[in-house]
Design a protein around this ligand. Structure first.
Ligand code: ADP
Length: 642
């Protein structure tokens, strides 16, 4: 087949452009990315050879090699891993994975809100990082049992070439031809033994295969005892020098590992640009033995809350890689956790089907879940600010854990980890902190959902609650109220929306009696208004919970709130979904007197118009849409001129 010239997928080209122009300090990670790819490729061939030893072609000295040429300004990184076929090169190099590509387009659209670094970071820079230092990058590769190798080449512009090649030996070789220096950029610094050694130490020390650098060193002649001979002239020799210690980080004892080492390991292993928020490292001995090294990322990947996201931990057996994403090791609500589990208790060629029913895996997964949850609890207790940051990013995942579990088991595990904004505190609080504060004075936990603090605080119901200093939790996430509905109660205290039911806490026995009496004496009028608003409301009543507002709309205690209606009606096929509404009137308000006046003078037309305006304005204050704003305006105008 002839040499082909092909174009990069549009998103890849955009990603490349971002990367080439990315800031100088990030460039050095190119080495980490390519070495990690080499190590992954060796993991893969080792794993495949367990069931098909012929693919090794007598190649069992797995290694990653680096050589550099200062004069010709190039660095070559090679591995003897799995390599790629022609089709795999086309598929993997030059395209962003499908799920990523959708999210990437979105990220570019939202570029004003996310910096370039964020965008690149969330995609994992991978192979393309070579273009941050190289003006031309080649990839020469051969997959086992293939007759031909493949040569790929690109200058990082829109195109690449690809052809069959006999240069390839088995594995992958990536020569990078360096960019020219200019006034702002000095690319030469990487073309030195010292720099390469220090980058490998910094980023790739734990890689389990030797990373060898071709170095030219002075060798001094020695005498028969191996002692250097004074004044003898050294000769220049070239040697492969091993640069990394090769101990997997998870096998080292916790106390000997620095925060930086965890951080570098995380970034290189999971291709993240950001530091991890925290790490959890455990070794378990006993009926089951395993090491787990887990990380809480700082940021959720762009596709995290989409159905394309796949969770899972990397699985190793005695240091040998088995699987990239083992979903059985994590419950869905902890799907954002990254990490590895290494256990000698698995057989190496364990298949997916066996894994799914594997008792050991189940036990490990349960232990890991507990471990992660207790790490969250610790963070919540001792590092509140950090926890708040974490919760902003992943709180919805935890809440989903409660919402999607009908058994109630997740509720017990997660309820103490939820934090919410509240009327009486600038910082988010837990349910437990809420009930500590209210003690026996309240048998309910009050909450309200809405878009933001400012809107919620203007709700008519809030006025008297604030006056009486009753703390209300503010729910801003769409899922929140559904979660509280599912939970029903916390430590014996029921959840109560302030926009549902009678809100007894605001009514003293005295005021209740007063309302009862007023309701009785105004019964005919209330019945009339109910009849006039028949198509909108299911009931009408007087309330003492309002102060400066004449009316509000609430729903029944046992039904959904209006906020939930709003969320549900945004879903496909739910447009017409409506909960039945109760109109509450404030008998102390001037408007109430006007209503009475209309009723007493038999002015039914005006009574109807005012009632409708009250109903519609109550919906608007709750942040709900009204069906016919023009009609609403017409009614107001009618009242103005009346
Ligand atoms: P990532 O490593 O995050 O998947 P890359 O862009 O670095 O992204 O690589 C894309 C894919 O190309 C890899 O998943 C792998 O399948 C393949 N690949 C990259 N480098 C190598 C290599 N040295 N040997 C074999 N396959 C490779």
């Amino acid at each position: 087949m002839e040499k082909e010239t092909r174009s990069f997928q549009a998103e890849t080209k955009q990603l490349l452009d971002l990367m080439i122009h990315s800031i100088y300090t990030h460039r050095e990670i190119f080495l980490r990315e390519l070495v990690s790819n080499g190590s992954d490729a060796i993991d893969k061939i080792k794993f495949e050879s367990l069931t098909n030893s012929s693919i090794l072609e007598n190649n069992t000295n797995f290694e990653i090699k680096i050589s550099f040429d200062k004069e010709n300004r190039s660095i070559t990184i090679s591995d003897n891993g799995i390599g790629m076929t022609y089709d795999q090169v086309v598929e993997h190099i030059g395209t962003i994975a499908k799920s990523g590509s959708k999210a990437f387009k979105q990220a570019l659209k939202d570029k004003n809100t996310a910096s370039e670094v964020d965008i690149i970071g969330q995609f994992g820079v991978g192979f393309y990082s070579a273009f941050m230092v190289g003006q031309k990058v080649c990839l020469i590769t051969k997959a086992p049992n293939e007759n031909n190798g493949v040569k790929w080449e690109s200058q990082g512009d829109g195109n690449y070439t690809i052809e069959y090649s006999d240069e390839a030996y088995g594995g992958t070789e990536i020569p990078i031809y360096w960019r020219d220096n200019d006034d702002d950029n000095n690319y030469d610094e990487y073309l030195s033994q010292y720099k390469i050694e220090s980058l490998i130490k910094k980023y790739s020390d734990y890689i389990r295969y030797p990373i060898k650098l071709l170095v030219t060193e002075n060798e001094y002649p020695t005498d028969e005892n191996g002692k250097k001979i004074d004044d003898a002239i050294p000769t220049l020799v070239t040697n492969w020098k091993i640069l990394n210690s090769m101990t997997p980080l998870w096998k080292k004892t916790k106390e000997t590992i620095t925060k930086d080492e965890y951080s570098e390991f995380y970034k290189s292993k999971f291709h993240d640009w950001n530091e991890p928020l925290d790490s959890i490292h455990t070794h378990v001995d006993g009926s089951i033995e395993y090491d787990a090294l887990l990380f809480i990322p700082e940021k959720a990947p762009l596709d995290f809350y989409s159905k394309d996201f796949s969770k899972g931990l990397q699985l190793y057996c005695k240091n040998v890689f088995i699987m990239e994403n083992c979903p059985e090791l994590l419950p869905d609500y902890l799907g954002f956790i990254k990490g590895i589990v290494d256990s000698p208790d698995f057989s190496l060629n364990i298949s997916r089907e066996i894994l799914q029913q594997n008792k050991q895996l189940e036990t490990i997964s349960k232990n890991i879940e507990k471990k992660i949850l207790s790490a969250f609890k610790e963070m919540l207790k001792n590092e509140r600010e950090k926890y708040t940051k974490f919760f902003k990013e992943f709180g919805v995942a935890l809440k989903n854990g409660i919402y999607s579990d009908f058994s109630g088991k997740n509720k017990e595990k997660i309820e103490d980890l939820l934090i919410f904004s509240s009327s009486n505190s600038e910082k988010e609080i837990t349910f437990d902190e809420y009930i500590q504060k209210v003690g026996d004075k309240q048998d309910k936990i009050y909450y309200v959902s809405g878009e933001d603090r400012a809107l919620i605080e203007k709700l008519p119901q809030m006025e008297r609650l604030k006056e009486k200093n009753i703390e209300v939790l503010y729910l801003f996430d769409k899922i929140d109220e559904f979660v509280l509905e599912r939970m029903n109660e916390y430590k014996g205290k029921k959840f109560q929306s302030i926009t549902k039911g009678e809100l007894d806490i605001l009514n003293s026995d005295e005021s209740k009696k007063e309302i009862e009496e007023k309701s009785k004496s105004n019964e005919p009028m209330l019945n009339k208004i109910k009849e006039l608003l028949n198509e909108h409301i299911s009931n009408i009543r007087l309330t003492s919970k309002l102060k400066s507002t004449p009316a509000c709309v609430v729903t029944d205690d046992n039904s959904m709130s209006l906020e939930m209606e709003k969320i549900l009606s945004e879903m496909p096929n739910m447009k017409d979904f409506k909960v039945s509404r109760i109109l509450e009137l404030n008998p102390e308000h001037e408007v109430f007197l006007t209503l009475k006046n209309c009723y007493d003078t038999n002015n039914e037309e005006k009574l109807k118009t005012i009632s409708e305006v009250l109903y519609y304005q109550s919906l608007l204050t709750e942040g709900l849409k009204i069906d016919d704003p023009i009609e609403f305006a017409r009614k107001i105008n009618k009242l103005i001129v009346s």
